[in-house]
Design a protein around this ligand. Structure first.
Ligand SMILES: [Ca+2]
Ligand SMILES: [Ca+2]
Ligand SMILES: [Ca+2]
Length: 555
């Protein structure tokens, strides 16, 4: 139902740079009632001037669509912006803009590792939960907006959300949600359900949700996430269409008692419009509130430049929504990366995003990349992991009061992180000076904080490795503690998740350390490099814990 009024034979087709506002394209949010009449009225106003081009189109054919795009002649754009701003039927109006990706500088893949997993205490977190449905059996869905995704990547098996009401590829909108063939999400670029591969999105996706413990590649923060894919070009209008889709799919889930739509708990977007302010994008910013009130915590990535975005601006970072967490990038020294944004009003916390080993769509299936683009999905994966904890009162609160519970979750994530630094000249100063929380994500601490706020959380076992792993030529050892007397299993795996070693050890009362004879462990495996990060896993009954260590073969 696109209304097209094309009275000029030549269209103005400007070439846009990233961050640039598109002067003659608007996004309009209407009051719910009588939208068709409002559109007609608007068309009437627009027709007053002869020989000018304009085009009105809805965001989607969703029965409750309240958003429209309007393109007008460049010549008349200022005049119409003024008219639209004063139209009482329009809640919000904004101009479209070109967005830019927030990543991903390729790095030298010499020290291949997922160092950040230890930094954010992912191993300890995984001893509590590795993801999966919540206590009530609701599937936990992460929505990711990005430029494209390699669906066939070996480490993406079984990670995609599937719309229960949609039949793929029949050209029909089977579930009548306004989107044809939206099976794993939607392609807002080509306006159909076919997702295509792009590098940036493939890298972002792996950091959140590459399949864990499948003997391939890397591990996302959530081993068992379901990801809804929203493919968007670098344009704000399509980004907002995708957010609106996420909102409507979550609403559908809540209204249908879980039989339709998707139980999206977080949405991550690793791009934005630099040097602009949220006040210029009222439609975009208000979508975070709408999603948040339904229980969706949004994650945004600030720019990869050493700028105070409170001053220089950035969207979505400067959107005022409480339901948005804006992240900057920290490195393996726990210092804010120099080329990463900050702002004591609008940048909430740091999340590792430097030298992140993740999935890739090139000849190399995995690559090391850097940027806030990686920080955002690592946080989104962590948010989804918290939803899988066995916390009855949290799950109940989230069901009954999704908005407030989502704000509580945001508080927990911000307050439970570890304080880190930023570099000012040659001096290290507290990150709290230039961000909201001053903290770097700590997923395990967030889980422990959950158990304090919601006192019925069940955490299985206090099994813990309490010392660094120490190595000799033919053995390794570490201290541990446990309250169980079951036998122990010790495993070693490499950064690609490949099992290198496995042995069972009888529990010995009063002996707080384990020494494992493992001569030539690594030579025999033929799988390792001279220097590499390995992981030891300790398993006892249903409890599991782990620790990373650096292994160097001396010649
Ligand atoms: Ca559909
Ligand atoms: Ca279909
Ligand atoms: Ca994997």
């Amino acid at each position: 139902m696109i209304k097209r009024f094309l009275l000029l034979s030549v269209l103005f087709l400007p070439i846009f740079l990233s961050g640039q506002i598109i002067q003659n394209e608007f996004v309009l949010e209407f009051h719910h009632q009588n939208i068709q009449k409002h559109i007609q009225d608007l068309s009437g106003k627009l027709s007053v001037r002869q020989n000018l081009f304009f085009e009105v189109a809805p965001f989607s054919n969703h029965p409750k669509n309240e958003y429209y795009t309007l393109k007008v002649d460049m010549e008349a754009s200022e005049e119409w912006y003024h008219v639209l701003l004063h139209d009482k039927n329009i809640i919000n109006v904004e101009r479209a803009a070109v967005t830019e990706n927030r990543n991903t500088r390729p790095n030298d893949p010499q020290l291949v590792s997922q160092w950040y997993l230890e930094t954010i205490k992912a191993f300890d977190a995984w001893s509590i939960t590795k993801g999966g449905p919540d206590l009530n059996g609701n599937e936990i869905v992460i929505a990711i907006l990005d430029d494209g995704f390699l669906l066939s990547h070996e480490d993406f098996a079984d990670i995609f959300y599937t719309n229960p009401g949609e039949i793929p590829g029949d050209g029909i909108d089977n579930d009548a949600n306004g989107f044809i063939d939206d099976v794993n999400g939607f392609n807002f670029d080509t306006n159909n359900g076919t997702i295509t591969a792009e590098t940036h999105g493939t890298q972002v996706l792996g950091a959140a949700a590459a399949k864990g413990n499948n003997g391939r590649g890397i591990s996302g923060i959530n081993w068992n996430a379901k990801v809804m894919l929203c493919q968007v070009p670098l344009r704000t209008t399509e980004v907002q269409k995708a957010y609106d889709y996420v909102f409507k799919m979550k609403s559908l889930y809540l209204e249908s008692g879980g039989t339709k739509g998707a139980n999206i708990v977080t949405v991550s977007y690793s791009a934005g419009v630099a040097n602009r302010f949220g006040s210029e994008f009222p439609v975009w910013c208000s979508l975070y509130d709408k999603m948040g009130e339904k229980g969706i915590l949004s994650v945004g990535a600030c720019p990869n430049s050493n700028d105070n975005i409170d001053v220089v601006g950035d969207v979505p970072s400067t959107c005022e929504s409480k339901y948005l967490i804006v992240v900057t990038n920290s490195d393996d020294k726990d210092v804010k990366v120099r080329e990463a944004g900050f702002g004591s009003k609008h940048v909430d916390m740091a999340v590792p995003g430097e030298d992140i080993l993740t999935t890739n769509d090139g000849i190399s299936k995995y690559s090391l990349v850097s940027g806030t683009s990686l920080s955002a999905p690592i946080l989104a994966g962590s948010i989804s992991l918290l939803h899988s904890m066995e916390c009855a009162s949290f799950t109940e609160d989230y069901t009954n009061n999704p908005g407030n519970t989502t704000l509580m979750l945001k508080d927990i994530l911000l307050s439970s992180g570890d304080p880190i630094s930023y570099r000012s000249g040659s001096v290290l100063k507290p990150l709290s000076e230039i961000t909201v929380s001053g903290n770097r994500l700590n997923v395990h601490n967030a889980m422990l904080e959950m158990t304090r706020v919601y006192n019925d959380c069940i955490i299985k076992g206090p099994l813990e490795i309490t010392s660094p792993v120490s190595l000799t030529e033919d053995s390794f050892s570490f201290r541990y503690k446990t309250e169980s007397e079951e036998n122990l299993e010790v495993v070693i795996f490499d950064i690609l998740g490949r099992l290198l070693f496995k042995t069972e050890i009888p529990f010995t009362k009063g002996q707080p350390y384990i020494t494992v004879e493992a001569p030539n462990l690594l030579y025999e495996s033929q799988k390792v490099q001279q220097h590499q990060i390995l992981f030891v896993g300790l398993i006892q009954g249903k409890q599991k814990t782990g620790k990373g260590f650096f292994y160097t073969i001396s010649n």
